[in-house]
Structures are given as structure tokens and as C-alpha cells.
Design a binder for this molecule. Structure first.
Ligand SMILES: [Fe+2]
Length: 471
């Protein structure tokens, strides 16, 4: 990989060169000290895969260089070295089309090889996606402006393909009627002063009526800042004021509007797929949980009630939400190992004999074996394995004690006992919540974790009703 590093601080330049030689000898690095030198190297048709640029350069900024690279359509990945914690800069750097950034703080060279590699890969994928030009619909009435814009784009931003609509009505005719219809444009440039249709009406039609998420950039005259602000409120991606050098800024602005819209779409798609995944996971979890209970109707809803109580206890103990999610999932599945226990034993209306009990005691291990092949984001199989362990080592299957039992399992154990005792079983009537609480109080510190017991008692005292849990 050939890298052009733009850096005026010799200490940093030396450090980067040394580190890359040591950790990523396959990276061929060329160091230049200024923007103008970088420009010369890039324009002399010397091919680079990536430009690494410091933000502060003697004759400009890394951001200027980045914009120039993107405007001219030079096919090179760009990583910007930013100052510490400057979020505003980071946003502008990404908006301007950087493939990544790296805050220049102590030890930043540690992450450099990976950052450069990832940025290059990202750029490559992006380039494949963007093999076609950026298609822009420009709604503009003024023929001089149309002509100037056309000429400027043709000479300095050839990756932009421009189509003109001379009125708002024509622009709307060229745009799709619904988000489902194919859209031939990537960005709409909308001049504020259009004949007939008001630019705001066009914008409103695009956003509210047709619900297109196409980025719209408003082009206004000088002194129309209030209009620009209103346009942003109506959903314009950005605006540009027609001043003396606006044509030079236009390509970068169009690129940035397109990149932001694409990033936003990707974010929404990611959120949707995460939501779908979560729903799917939740559904699978409940179905798996129900499977256990089909064979043992007397304990119907037991796992869900245990899960619910365990979640309340964990919340009361102040556990992180991700950990609580894991406890919930483990609660729903904690007795899944009972699938292999004969139904006669599970539903036997009398106390179990020793042999039968020994069969029951295998269920945490069976549960673990069933679940261990699934890559859960939590140590869920272990929680299931340990849910019958007791603090003093008297539990099963491993006879673990104290802190060797994971906290999640200690919580599940208490929730399990409280739920089981307060519910009906084939061999006995329900003992009730008071007796269940008396049992965990008695066993606090010996069988059950004291903090878990205290949290459980508080949860019940606060009015949590096991019977009200939806199953
Ligand atoms: Fe169990």
C-alpha cells in the first residue's frame, strides 16, 4: 500500500515512519511537509492508495486537501489526523468524505496500521459502489447561472452529472412520486428564486407529500440567510449562498450532502435490522422456553416468571442493562435441560426417590450442552449450568461455592427458589410468597448471596407480583 503522509512536524513524521516500518513494513510511505507539495505529488499522476494528512499544515489544512481530492475525484483513500476531542472537526472531516480519522494523541501510532488498512478497504468498497457518476438535478431559471455551473462542473468535477429543470414544476415532474419508485438522482439542487412554484413548496412536496429522502441543497442569493434557515427546518440537507466563489464550493457541498444522506440511510437500515434481529431473538427465546413447559404443564410460565423476577433483582442491584438482558434470556431458558427428563418424573405427584432426583439433577448440564453451541452475546450457557449451585458448595452439578458462582447464576438461583416455592407443584400446594421469602432469608449468606436476597425482598416489598407476570 502506497501512502502519502502530509506532515510538517518532523517529530511526528519520524515517529510514524519508524512505527510503520516496524509494524507494517508492507506500507510504502512518502512524507511531504505541505499542502502544495501534496497537491503536486497527487497531480503529477503518481499513484497513491492513501493520503494521511495532518489537520494543521503550514499552507492550509488537511480538510482543504481532502475537499480538493474529493472535488477533483482523485481515487485515493484519505485519513485525517485530528486534534484531541474536537468533535466538530471530526464531523466536518467525515462529511467532506474522509475514509477515517485518527485523533493525534499519545500512542496514536499504535492504531495507525489498522486504521490505514481499514480506511483503504472502505474506500475500495465505496469506489466500487460509486463506479457511476453522482447524478444531480439542478432546478434553476437563470440561464447565465446554468451555463456557469455546467462549465465549472465539466472542468473541475467530472464525476458529477448535471441535469437541469428550469422551474419547480419541471423539477417535480422529473422526480419520482413515491419513495418506492426508482430515483434517477442522488442530489437535488434547488434555486430559491424559481418562477411559478415556490422553492419551499417544491421542498415540501419532496419531503412531506412524496416522502423522498433525497438530499436537497438550497441555492440562495446573498442576504437570504433567514430563508436558508427555514429551508433547513423544512428538511433541506444544506444550503449554499450564491457569492463570488460559490461554484468552487458547490461540488464538495453536493458530495457532502450525498454522503450524509447515505450515512443516514445506512444508520436507519442498521437500526431496523438490529430491531428485527432483536425481535427474532426474543421470539426464538420464548418458543424455546415454551418447549420445555409443554412437557411439564404444571410449571407453565415458571421460566418467564423467574426471568422477570431475576431482571427486577438485577435492576435493583444496579447491574448494567446489557448484563440484565443476558439474565433475562438465561431465565427464560434456565430449565431447558429438563427436555430429556422423562415426563413421568417431571409431573410425578409425589416426592421423587433418589434415582429420580439424580436424573433431575442432570438438567443444568444438559441445558449447558444444548446451548453451548450458540454464540450468545452473554455467558448464557454458564448461567444455566450454574443456576442450582449454592453459596456453601452444596449445590449441583459442580458444587461450586462463593464467588466461583457467577453473579448472574446467584440471581437466577434466588429467583428460581422464590418462584418455585410460591407456585403450585404436582406434589404439594403453593407455599406462598411469604414462605418463599422466609426460605431465602434463612439461607442468605449460606445458600444464597446476601445482596441478591436483600434485593429480592425489596423488589417483592415494592409490590412486584409474580402472578401478574405475563406468560
Ligand atoms: Fe432448574
Amino acid at each position: 500500500m502506497k501512502v502519502l503522509y502530509v506532515e510538517d512536524e518532523t517529530n511526528d513524521a519520524d515517529l510514524v515512519k519508524r512505527e510503520l516500518a516496524k509494524k507494517a513494513p508492507y506500507i510504502d510511505i512518502k512524507i511531504v511537509e505541505s499542502l502544495s507539495e501534496a497537491r503536486r505529488h497527487l497531480l503529477e499522476n503518481e499513484h497513491y492508495d492513501l493520503v494521511l494528512a495532518d489537520l494543521h499544515l503550514p499552507d492550509g489544512t488537511g480538510l482543504d486537501l481532502l475537499r480538493e481530492i474529493r472535488t477533483r475525484g482523485i481515487p485515493v483513500a484519505v485519513v485525517i489526523l485530528t486534534g484531541h476531542g474536537d468533535e466538530e472537526t471530526v464531523v466536518s472531516v467525515i462529511k467532506a468524505g474522509a475514509d477515517d480519522y485518527l485523533p493525534k494523541r499519545l500512542g496514536f501510532t499504535e492504531f495507525l496500521p489498522q486504521t490505514l488498512e481499514d480506511a483503504f478497504k472502505r474506500f475500495d468498497i465505496d469506489r466500487a459502489l460509486r463506479a457511476r457518476p453522482l447524478r444531480v438535478l439542478y432546478a434553476e431559471h437563470d440561464t447565465t447561472d446554468i451555463d456557469l455551473t455546467r462549465r465549472h462542473i465539466k472542468s473541475s468535477a467530472r464525476h458529477i452529472e448535471l441535469d437541469i429543470a428550469t422551474s419547480g414544476k419541471e423539477a417535480l415532474q422529473k422526480l419520482p412520486n413515491s419513495p418506492e419508485a426508482p430515483c434517477p438522482w442522488d442530489v437535488v439542487l434547488l434555486d430559491y428564486r424559481l418562477p411559478g412554484e415556490n422553492a419551499f413548496d417544491v421542498l415540501k412536496t419532496i419531503r412531506l407529500e412524496r416522502k423522498l429522502d433525497l438530499p436537497v441543497v438550497l441555492v440562495t442569493g446573498q442576504g437570504d440567510e433567514e430563508i436558508a434557515a427555514q429551508a433547513l427546518r423544512l428538511g433541506a440537507a444544506d444550503y449554499i449562498v450564491k457569492n463570488s466563489n460559490y461554484l468552487h464550493r458547490l461540488p464538495a457541498l453536493v458530495e457532502s450532502a450525498y454522503n450524509s444522506a447515505r450515512a443516514e440511510r445506512e444508520k436507519v437500515a442498521l437500526q431496523q435490522s438490529e430491531k428485527r434481529y432483536k425481535e427474532l431473538f426474543e421470539g426464538m427465546l420464548l418458543s424455546l422456553g415454551k418447549l420445555t413447559e409443554i412437557r411439564d404443564p404444571y410449571t407453565s410460565g415458571h421460566q418467564q416468571r423467574v426471568a422477570e423476577l431475576a431482571v427486577r433483582i438485577a435492576r435493583r442491584m444496579g447491574l448494567e442493562s446489557d448484563r440484565i438482558e443476558g439474565i433475562h434470556a438465561a431465565g427464560i431458558l434456565h430449565d431447558i435441560g429438563k427436555l430429556t427428563i422423562p415426563a413421568e418424573i417431571l409431573t410425578k405427584p409425589a416426592k421423587l426417590n433418589e434415582l429420580e432426583y439424580s436424573l433431575v439433577k442432570v438438567h443444568p448440564q444438559t441445558g449447558y450442552d444444548i446451548l453451548k453451541g450458540i454464540e450468545f452475546p452473554w455467558p448464557l450457557p454458564e448461567m444455566v449450568l450454574q443456576h442450582h449451585e449454592r453459596l456453601d458448595g452444596s449445590g449441583y452439578p459442580q458444587g461450586l461455592s462463593g464467588e466461583d458462582i457467577m453473579l448472574e447464576a446467584r440471581i437466577l438461583a434466588v429467583a428460581d427458589v422464590v418462584e418455585a416455592m410460591s407456585s403450585f407443584r404436582p406434589y404439594r400446594a403453593a407455599l406462598g410468597i411469604d414462605e418463599a421469602l422466609a426460605e431465602i432469608r434463612k439461607g442468605a449468606g449460606t445458600l444464597y448471596d446476601e445482596r441478591v436476597v436483600a434485593a429480592c425482598i425489596e423488589v417483592i416489598k415494592d409490590g412486584f407480583d409474580l402472578d401478574a407476570t405475563e406468560t
